[in-house]
Design a protein around this ligand. Structure first.
Ligand code: 2HG
Ligand code: ZN
Length: 467
């Protein structure tokens, strides 16, 4: 594989002339103020792109990748920048390729139970369209109102419904992508089952723009459940909350969502919103079930019975979207409310085997106390996927290094429990340096070899790999 030292280090006047002719009018952005927006994402990291291009057609993408390969110009694919780990930040230079104008829903098919979309379609807008046909696209990253399907596929976005319905990977049937040199790959298709050849479509899922640029995605759909119901319960200890969650599984209930918030997360939400739980609350569970309207009241009652042995301090029920929404709002507020604990955060998304969640969360809380930084734990308990948000003041060098030390001990404990340093946000730049803590030499060499087949010159999203 050619090393990244053979890549261009800046755009020449001839490069800019090429981009101007391929992307006329507003298709090319070179104004620094506008470009700055395309150089940042939700990791709060940023870097200035060399230029930003906004293709409208696959033909433009093919020409761009043909040119970039021959000129060795790095390209950084990007959607709406909701990623939490800097995957779309051009930290190692290059031209940002925005998918925002490749945003057509091409087909939603209630017989095939699949849809074909361009990558720039906003996830929630797509879900609303599928619902009109009583179809369901389950992946629901917290950012779904502003994130795109292409970004979700590039990061294998998770979300709250993963415990029952799986993650983005489970809904990708096909990927059409353009590779360096302008080669077009059509991987997978509209069949829900397909075992011919290696699963190239899913190889693109979570590849963080390092293998190709998507031009079309074929997504699997399900029949839309008739309705849903929610329970929010508060507990006197974290262990009680987690034993309540175990009780739900043991009762044979597979909830659509099983979320938790620890004491610090609950405190932070209480700073910006009236909360229904009592002061002594140490943890909250929020659970959703879905199904037929006729069965939901009974499902709520089953949940209440399953949680009872864990002695909830209080329990609130919501039947149907209108009653459920205020309960879910409390969970969604944790991420923004967390900043009441400190002006800066290291936001981690580790995942551990489900049976290790108590040990993991108690360990993370203890690590925060040891380092003297505020640690709030919350998230997708049903998957063992825990958001460990470490809050600190970045203007204080001592706090910065303590927060960093805390992050590293969180990773060490996670790995010692057989977990992963990223369950849903990807490694990007914030976790890139820790990949070798988790992946062995053999696995990294295989990944580097695969990358080399797709992108032999290393022009796609340099610095964001796993080798
Ligand atoms: C969530 O589950 C998101 O709310 C965001 O994944 C987590 O802000 C975070 O760290
Ligand atoms: Zn999450």
């Amino acid at each position: 594989m050619k090393s990244s030292t053979s890549l261009a280090t800046a755009l020449t006047p001839a490069h800019l002339r090429f981009l101007e002719s391929l992307f006329p009018g507003e298709g090319l952005v070179t104004d620094p103020t506008q470009m700055a927006v395309y150089g940042a994402d939700s990791s709060r990291r940023s870097a200035m792109p060399w230029a930003v291009v906004r293709p409208r057609t696959e033909e433009q993408v093919v020409e761009l990748l043909t040119w970039a390969e021959s000129e060795r110009v790095p390209l950084v694919p990007r959607a709406r920048g909701t990623g939490m780990s800097g995957g779309a930040v051009p930290a190692f230079g290059g031209v940002v390729v925005s998918s925002l104008w490749l945003n057509c829903v091409l087909d939603i098919d209630a017989d095939d139970f699949c849809a074909e979309v361009e990558p720039g379609v906003v996830t929630a807008e797509f879900q609303a369209l599928t619902q009109k046909q009583k179809l369901f696209y389950p992946p629901d990253p917290a950012s779904l109102k502003i994130s795109t399907l292409g970004g979700n596929v590039a990061t294998c976005a998770g979300g709250m419904r993963a415990v029952k319905y799986g993650v983005t990977r489970d809904y990708v049937l096909g990927v059409r992508a353009v590779l360096p040199g302008g080669r077009i790959v059509n991987a997978g298709g509209r069949s829900h089952k397909n075992v011919v050849g290696l699963d190239l479509a899913r190889l693109f899922v979570g590849s963080c723009g390092t293998l190709g640029i998507f031009t079309k995605l074929t997504l699997k759909l399900l029949p839309l459940p008739e309705g849903s119901a929610t329970v929010l319960a508060a507990f006197p200890t974290l262990a009680d909350a987690l034993s309540g969650a175990r009780g739900v599984f043991r009762a044979g209930i597979l909830p659509t969502a099983m979320e938790f918030m620890d004491a610090k997360a609950c405190w932070a939400v209480g700073q910006i919103k009236d909360v229904p739980w009592p002061k002594e609350t140490q943890a909250v569970l929020v659970l959703k079930v879905d199904g037929s309207n006729a069965s939901l009241a009974a499902e709520l009652a089953r949940l209440e019975v399953a949680l009872a042995p864990a002695h909830p301090l209080c329990l609130f029920k919501g039947l149907g979207a209108q009653e459920e929404e205020p309960l879910w709002e409390l969970r969604r507020l944790v991420s923004p409310a967390g900043f009441r604990l400190g002006p800066d955060k290291l936001g981690e998304d580790v995942a551990v085997p489900r049976g290790s969640t108590v040990q993991a969360v108690e360990g993370f809380q203890a690590m925060g106390a040891e380092q003297g930084v505020q640690v709030a734990c919350y998230g997708h308990l049903g998957d063992g996927n825990i958001h460990v948000n470490i809050f600190y003041d970045a203007s204080d060098a001592d706090q910065r290094s303590r927060a960093q030390a805390c992050k590293e001990t969180v990773f060490r404990l996670t790995l010692s429990l057989g977990g992963t340093i990223s369950g849903e946000h990807g490694t990007g730049i914030t976790k890139g340096p820790y990949v070798s803590w988790q992946l062995g030499e053999e696995e990294r060499a295989l990944m580097a070899g695969i990358k080399n087949v797709f992108d032999p010159s290393g022009i796609l999203n340099p610095g964001k790999g796993w080798s």
